[in-house]
Design a protein around this ligand. Structure first.
Ligand code: ATP
Ligand code: ZN
Length: 287
């Protein structure tokens, strides 16, 4: 057994913490009890976990202090470090948006000319302004950006938004999206062959978990004369499974539906004669 380990950096606490640790758990990686909250290890996978501020994660991965990391694309692109993005993880979804006081009219990007913009993302905002040939005054602040216009510190903000309720509560409205973001897995660019192999194992597990989450297992009863129509609606991994029911003239049909098509398909299946439709979550999906 080689002693090669993979070191992963994840957020210490905050919006990405729960989902990042849950993902490792779903990948079958048990973490030892976190006592000092600085780092921990797994006993059943060669993984060491560092808990850091999200802002520091790209730098630690570039330097090789951590081999891989989980961080929002917003932070990754703002920090602009030399690391590679391996996989989008489907959580921590948000957008970096420009918001202005709700009672003002918005006249497009050019109306930002000469304005004071409060943001924690000076690099991304200046890139956006340059792309639109706009010159504005960027005020970098590290937290509670949304209160800046209210206290006279700025005219507009560029801040992270998910539901928009924080903006609303502060009398602001979202007018432009600079960037759409979600959590991603990043890697150091100089991993050894053995580390890359470990990373592949981890990546296979992550993809297996992601696929399962995107799909549902559905079972339904169908009168035999309607089987053909029902089956034509179902994708399945190869084709749906059809089993005879105890009552003659009926079959049980099993298949896998993706989240994206789920509600439409359920309606169509009902109309086509399917009854007693059961929908079951899938834990892992290996294709
Ligand atoms: P840290 O102490 O690690 O620096 P933080 O306060 O900078 O934490 P959080 O607020 O925990 O960061 O957000 C972490 C990440 O979660 C963000 O960088 C972003 O990728 C993502 N995120 C998702 N939705 C939102 C949102 N509505 N507001 C802010 N961040 C969000
Ligand atoms: Zn942060």
């Amino acid at each position: 057994m080689s002693a090669v380990k993979l070191k992963i950096a994840i957020q210490k606490s905050g919006r990405l913490y729960e989902d990042s640790t849950a993902l490792l758990k779903e990948c079958g990686i048990d973490l030892r009890n976190v006592k000092d909250r600085l780092k921990t290890e797994s006993d059943n996978f060669p993984l060491e976990v560092f808990f850091l501020r999200d802002d520091d994660i790209p730098q630690y991965v570039e330097d090789g202090v951590a081999d891989i990391g989980i961080v929002g694309e917003n932070v990754l692109l703002e920090k602009n470090k030399k690391v590679s993005t391996i996989e989008k993880l489907g959580f921590g979804k948000c957008r970096l948006s420009i918001a202005i006081p709700r009672n003002q009219e918005y006249g497009g990007a050019e109306s930002l000319e000469g304005k004071r913009i409060a943001t924690s993302y000076p690099f991304l905002v200046s890139q956006y302004l340059a792309n639109h040939n706009v010159t504005a005054d960027i005020h970098e602040i590290s937290g509670s950006v949304e209160i800046a216009p209210g206290i006279g510190l700025a005219d507009v903000v560029a801040d992270l938004v998910s539901s928009g309720s924080t903006l609303f509560m502060n009398g602001l409205k979202e007018v432009e999206t600079i960037l759409k973001s979600e959590a991603v897995l990043i890697q150091n660019n100089q991993l050894s062959e053995e580390q890359l192999q470990l990373l592949n194992t981890l990546l296979f597990r992550i993809r297996t978990v992601k696929k399962a989450k995107k799909n549902k297992y559905v079972l339904m009863n169908v009168p035999n004369e309607k089987l053909e129509t029902v089956v034509s609606l179902l994708p399945g991994m190869r084709s749906p499974t059809i089993l005879p029911l105890a009552s003659t003239g009926w079959s049980s049909v099993h298949s896998v539906l993706s989240e994206a098509e789920f509600w439409d398909k359920i309606e169509q299946l009902k109309e086509a004669g399917a009854e007693g439709i059961l929908v079951v979550p899938i834990e892992k999906m290996v294709l």
